[in-house]
Design a protein around this ligand. Structure first.
Ligand SMILES: Nc1ncnc2c1ncn2[C@@H]1O[C@H](COP(=O)(O)OP(=O)(O)OP(=O)(O)O)[C@@H](O)[C@H]1O
Length: 330
């Protein structure tokens, strides 16, 4: 059984005790997605996907390429329709209540939506002008470092500059809910930290943030709730701590390709020795105690190896993610 809370077949995050603790009951959730199904030309894209996102929290959708994250977000934004299932955004139906939702929901558009022939700051001012009580454009531009390319036309912006402008545009109208599709993809470390700070500020102001990401560090450091999606289904939900909260494991590095089965035989019953990356060994299934460490050292010595970095480790979100979704490329 992988770490974390595997998603039950019925709607999980919106109704469980942890969800109630967080105040995101179905009536109050900013986003409620239940049993979403969609097929393109006979190929299943969404297969009963279910999750909820609460106000004042960052919810990260994690999943391999093609898992259905962007499609789900597009349905929540009212840009696509599902074949079946329930979607409520701020209590409304995004496919029907477009006009009511538009001023209340921020969307980070990658390309479309911005006038491409004007300067970056002018584009942001233009979007701010569409809202009744926008944030201070200058302050937001400073926070996201837009000044250095303020006059560069949108069509000439680099990918990272465009990302930051898109985030500013998504937030400038003081939305109650914002959807961010891979908000820090392709950003340099400075810009990534600035983006995270701005997202945290939005959360502190009570905004519900729903983001997709491939960056485990982003999910671990920024998200309050993580929804792992695979093959159009929710495969686990929980806080990063809940998902990674399984028993600690013993890890070490040594020459790649050592015969792990012989170490398993030397260890107490139930031990599983993995080599998730060449030369990185993980001992699970038994307590990570001094006896186990001594057996590992003796086994390594038998192979003329000194185990490096032998120690106890908590599982990372990446470990959990790979356990849940496998290692094959999509
Ligand atoms: N308009 C479309 N017609 C046919 N198939 C589509 C269409 N849009 C998306 N798909 C398919 O739906 C699946 C899910 O795509 P989606 O973009 O939602 O995945 P994702 O989880 O966001 O992936 P990534 O991490 O690569 O962005 C993919 O197999 C994709 O090829």
């Amino acid at each position: 059984m992988p770490a974390g809370r595997p998603a039950p077949p019925t709607p999980p995050a919106a109704t469980g005790p942890a969800a109630r603790r967080r105040g995101d009951d179905p009536g109050g959730a900013a986003v409620l997605v239940q049993d979403l199904r969609l097929a393109y030309q006979g190929t299943t894209v969404l297969d009963g996907l279910t999750f909820s996102a609460a106000r004042g929290r960052v919810t990260a959708l994690l999943g391999p390429n093609g898992a259905g994250k962007t499609t789900t977000v597009a349905i929540c934004e009212g840009l696509r329709r599902a074949d079946s299932g329930t979607v409520r955004v701020l209590g409304l139906d995004p496919a029907r209540d477009t006009t009511a939702l538009r001023p209340r929901v921020g969307v980070m558009l990658q390309d479309g939506g911005l006038p491409t022939g004007v300067g970056a700051l002018e584009a942001l001012r233009h979007v701010a002008g569409l809202h009744t009580d926008p944030l201070d454009v200058g302050a937001l531009a400073d926070r996201l470092g837009l000044r250095s390319f303020a006059r560069t036309r949108v069509r000439r912006l680099s990918g990272g500059q465009r990302q930051r402008l898109a985030l500013a545009c998504a937030l400038v109208g003081r939305p109650e809910l914002v959807f961010l599709d891979e908000p820090s993809a392709g950003l340099d470390p400075q810009a990534r930290l600035a983006v995270w700070d701005v997202v945290r500020e939005a959360r502190a102001a009570g905004v519900a943030v729903v983001l997709t990401t491939h960056l485990m560090e982003e999910a671990e450091r920024l998200a309050d709730d993580v929804v792992v999606v695979d093959h159009g289904r929710t495969v686990a939900t929980g806080t990063p701590a809940e998902l990674t909260g399984g028993p600690a494991v013993l890890t070490f590095t040594a020459r790649p390709g050592l015969p792990r089965a012989t170490l398993e035989l030397a260890l107490p019953t139930g031990a599983e020795v993995g080599e998730p990356e060449p030369g990185r060994y993980v001992v699970a299934g038994v307590p990570a105690d001094p006896q186990v460490a001594a057996t590992v050292s003796a086994w390594c010595a038998g192979h003329d190896e000194l185990p490096q970095g032998l120690g106890v480790q908590r599982r990372t979100l990446e470990d959990v993610f790979l356990d849940l979704t496998g290692r094959h490329l999509r």
